[in-house]
Ligand binder design. Structure first.
Ligand SMILES: [Zn+2]
Ligand SMILES: [Zn+2]
Length: 332
């Protein structure tokens, strides 16, 4: 008899990206790689933000009142929102399965050996052919084998997401505008805990860099789109959520970010008002942007535009980060 070898399992219902070259469970776990685990939520985020962008465009066009179309709009968007919810939940399941998989893929098999496919004893069987652990049990399984445990707020979001997804699959109700927000929260919450605090905008930017839009248009377009999405999503978040997911305080004064504005003016003909004093003090000489995460050095002198009350001037270019005007006396 030859040397015993453990067969590399296929995980997450898909073959390992390494295919036959895969020789380890950790290689199989790579099936839930970064691209894949971000992708699901990217689609969800994309669908919901597109719906919200259209609504914002309607509002700014001034032709139609938002109140007039809002109900009908969200009813028409029901399928998109429910699909987005399902995708988000699917994405979170993949991440949780991927994490559990690193401990052992076998933990994910829900049935006793007697119920495994008979041919598993003699040949490689795709992981998808095994009955795997129910989505409902994944947080418990995670916490049983991995420390630290999932935070209670994450588990609540996860359960709420499942509940909403099920409700949406069976009914169309008037809470759909809330569900769009819930999709955003779910994407942000799960990314925050599973892939890194305040990491969503970076992941989203990377994903859009490889999107058809980036090929069709320009890098500026993609950058502008991320900025618009960030500014739009912040309006839907509560103060504590914006602070948690983006490090942005909705109650504090906001300034123009020179870095983001370069792309955003090209994209939306507006400045990106996404920077805040850091620290928040009258003598502070730095502003930090929650989107590009750049710090800009500023001078604290009064703007020369008499209609502007701002006193935060971009040191390098000499423009006011409140009104955007170039200062009369130049940069220094
Ligand atoms: Zn910025
Ligand atoms: Zn000014």
């Amino acid at each position: 008899m030859g040397a015993r070898r453990v067969r590399p399992p296929n995980v997450l219902g898909v073959s390992c990206t390494a295919g036959p070259a895969c020789r380890s469970p950790s290689g199989a776990a790579a099936a839930g790689n970064d691209v894949r685990r971000t992708e699901w939520r990217n689609f969800a985020w994309d669908s919901v933000l597109t719906l919200l962008r259209h609504l914002e465009d309607v509002e700014s066009s001034g032709f139609t009142s938002l109140d007039e179309i809002s109900g009908e709009y969200w009813t028409a968007a029901a399928r998109t929102v429910s699909t987005a919810l399902a995708l988000t939940q699917q994405g979170v399941e993949f991440i949780l399965k991927g994490l559990i998989c690193r401990v052992s893929p076998l933990l994910l098999i829900a049935t006793p050996v007697r119920d495994w496919p008979a041919r598993a004893a003699s040949e490689n069987v795709a992981f998808a052919d095994f009955k795997t652990v129910d989505a409902l049990d994944l947080p418990k399984l995670h916490d049983s084998v991995i420390t630290p445990p999932l935070p209670p707020s994450f588990v609540r979001t996860y359960e709420e997401l499942r509940r909403q997804r099920n409700a949406l699959l069976h009914t169309i109700d008037k809470r759909l505008s809330i569900s769009a927000r819930e999709v955003l929260i779910a994407v942000l919450e799960t990314t925050h805990y599973l892939l890194g605090a305040r990491s969503w905008l970076r992941l989203r930017g990377t994903s859009l860099d490889n999107s058809p839009e980036a090929v069709a248009f320009s890098p500026d377009f993609v950058e502008g789109l991320v900025i618009r999405e960030a500014l739009l999503s912040v309006t839907l978040l509560e103060r504590r959520e914006a602070e948690k997911f983006f490090g942005y305080d909705k109650k504090r004064r906001t300034y123009i970010c020179p870095n983001c504005s370069l792309a955003y003016r090209h994209f939306a003909d507006r400045y990106a008002e996404s920077a805040q004093l850091q620290p928040n003090a009258p003598s502070s000489v730095r502003v930090w942007c929650f989107i590009c995460e750049d710090t800009t050095i500023v001078r604290r002198v009064k703007c020369t535009n008499k209609d502007c009350k701002g006193n935060v001037i971009y040191e390098d270019e000499g423009w006011c980060l409140t009104c955007g005007r170039q200062q009369d006396d130049g940069a220094t």
